[in-house]
Design a protein around this ligand. Structure first.
Ligand SMILES: [Zn+2]
Length: 279
């Protein structure tokens, strides 16, 4: 959930961020590989030529040492990339169900599009079924763009911008990946947010149609937007040319198998549209 009703969906702190990105297979630091990519962040979609990542990457560990994993499906050499974050708030489980379902689907390995999924970026919160991480921080208020000190409670923003290891893990991986888009799942508002952001707007509407989720009007956007400081959305949108959509699924009790299938199909269709629109 975002903002005042809780849930929700962004300058860079290179040194710390780089140090947390590790390769799952070899546990080798990717610092050297990331730095050239970061140097160009924010300017264009051009990716620095580098070795493709393996299909599974340990992007970091939680406060309690739990792994935060990213997995790729699709073309390892794709120039078009969609990143899906299944869960940021540990008490919002249905995005992880979408990721589970998505990972069972076959995505062409030579289709020039890759879908990367992070099932949860808050494994401690997932285990404890809490919105916040193990240090009581709302990760979606902890990103450094327009970060604001928010008191301890459901939306505690942490002691300083990007103070949390989960936040820096996602930042480092995003810098390395430079996705064309991020879809970040939350609950339970039954809507697609980020319609305020002009570059995301057409995509938000498309996602709403495909997924059967209502899209809010743009009226009152600016005021609404101010109530969400330090989000992944704000950080990504400020530093990358890609678009970001916060996909707020409904309450868990109404998210049945058929809805999970529809949300999964939506992600796959959006990945194809990202690829096709770049041709
Ligand atoms: Zn949420």
């Amino acid at each position: 959930m975002q903002g005042e009703i809780k849930c929700g969906s962004s300058k860079r702190r290179l040194g710390r961020v780089v140090s947390v990105l590790l390769l799952a297979a070899s546990t080798v630091s990717l610092s050297a590989a990331i730095e050239p990519a970061m140097a160009g962040a924010g300017g264009s979609t051009t990716r620095v030529s580098e070795e493709p990542l393996p299909d599974q990457v340990l992007i970091g560990k939680s406060t309690r040492g739990r792994p935060i994993l990213a997995k790729r499906q699709g073309d390892p050499n794709a120039t078009r990339v969609l990143l899906v974050v299944g869960q940021m708030h540990g008490d919002e489980p249905k995005g992880t169900a979408v990721v589970r379902s998505l990972r069972k689907r076959r995505i062409s390995e030579n289709g020039n599009v890759a879908i990367w999924t992070v099932s949860t970026m808050n494994p401690d919160g997932q285990t404890r079924r809490t919105r916040v991480n193990a240090r009581s921080v709302d990760l979606n208020r902890n990103f450094p763009t327009k970060w604001r000190r928010l008191a301890k409670g459901g939306t505690y923003s942490g002691p300083r911008p990007a103070s949390e290891v989960e936040t820096t893990a996602v930042m480092a991986f995003t810098e390395r990946l430079r996705p064309d888009a991020i879809m970040s799942f939350h609950q339970p508002l039954d809507t697609v947010m980020t319609v305020c952001d002009a570059k995301a707007r057409p995509w938000v509407r498309r996602i709403g149609r495909l997924a059967g989720l209502p899209v809010p009007s743009t009226r009152g956007c600016v005021a609404r937007d101010r109530s969400y400081p330090g989000t992944l959305n704000k950080w990504f949108s400020a530093h990358f040319p890609g678009w970001f959509a916060t996909v707020e699924l409904p309450v868990s009790s109404v998210v049945n198998k058929s809805k999970i299938r529809r949300y999964t199909n939506t992600v796959i269709e959006i990945s194809r549209l990202i690829r096709d629109r770049s041709r």
